[in-house]
Design a protein around this ligand. Sequence first.
Ligand code: AMP
Ligand code: GLY
Length: 441
Amino acid sequence: MNILVIGSGGREHTLCWALKKSRHTEELYAIPGNAGMARIASCVNIRLADFGAICAFARERKIDLVVIGPEVPLVGGLTDALSDAGVRVFGPTRKAAAIEGSKAFAKDLMRRYNIPTAPYRVFTDSAEAIKFAREQDGQVVIKADGLAAGKGVLLPESADDAAAAIQKVMVERAFGEAGSKILVEQCLAGEEVSVMAFADGRTYSMMIAARDHKRVFDADRGPNTGGMGAYAPTRIMDPEIMELVGSTVIGPAIDGMRQDGCPFTGCLYAGLMMTDDGPRVLEFNCRFGDPETQVVLPLLQSDLVEIMMSCIEGELDLEQVQWSDEIAVCVILASRGYPGKYDKGIPITGLDSVTDPDTYIFHAGTTLDEGQVVTSGGRVLGITGVAGSYERAVAKAYEAIDKVRFKGMQYRSDIGYKAGVDRKARTRSRGRMHYTRRRDY
Ligand code: AMP
Ligand code: GLY
């Protein structure tokens, strides 16, 4: 089969890597891809917004399967455009992608199908929103309705803070039009987990639960980012809790969307808060998580092309999706300054000195400059270690990081820590594995 992956981040490199392993894959293409993807796929420079050119390319190269990574083209209807052109796509239609594209849509779905989530109100008027937030004593979370590149959620610490946040989103339009409508919802406490599921519109198959680390600095300090690392599985998500998430969250969402006339085909992602009262949905995404994909797909033992084709053909119930019982830990290497301003075009060295077969370097923001791999984004690389224990997986990732260099490289030194590396083990191994050391070149 000829396969085309849309996107250029760590998630898409991981998708390419997993698809490349399939016995069905002949030609693999990426639009636009990155320096890592270029090693395993032919990268083609077409703008993601140019649906016409993407459809023409898919037809011309006789693409049998398109896999769309990012939310923006999904929410914009690239699946619909490709399907109309007769090309098979793994990814939801524009209507179904609204589960991520509009938080109000997602909340309404959850309300109507009894999917547990935080109580909330939707506002289009800032004065009313501020009044409501003050009534809640500021114990609220402010969310822009539309897509805001993962930044549209504000967590105020007081009622005044909440009022300022509403002002910023609705009046100053800090996230543009995404802030014309906002949600004010109750602030929940608990552990966060990401659960993704393959879905064919009717049936779903849950992947291994992962834990993302959104804050830029160790111990969850500093501003939110797109994700600084992840691990899978998470210890709290035992089979019983996974079953509960399936029957109360993923299942009702898939059933509800089918009943509403917008069946969901693709990867459905639920960001959950595990509260004392059970799982609560923080958000749905219409695509694979980034960096969750970098830890979940390395644990997939089944053929990804076969699973995706089963989703497209509505035959996921016939598929036995197999997972490894190993552990995967991914640490993101980011540019100095990220998630704020950062430099690009910085040469990366040492990539070829990572030779361990269970350590993977997934490129996120990289490009080729006259044959040299250079940085081109805030999140530059994701290094995933896979092993039989959390400790070994953590060690593999950080051992590889010691070999890779670029000026200004920053990363968290505590990824996987919560998963089970106890303090004693960390202190003991400090000298050897360097993973309590924060490096900033
Ligand atoms: P989202 O983009 O909706 O995943 O939100 C970004 C982050 O904000 C989440 O990963 C949570 O850490 C936090 N968050 C979102 N909603 C809530 C909530 N209701 N209570 C507490 N934290 C939340
Ligand atoms: N890692 C969070 C996300 O993909 O939305």
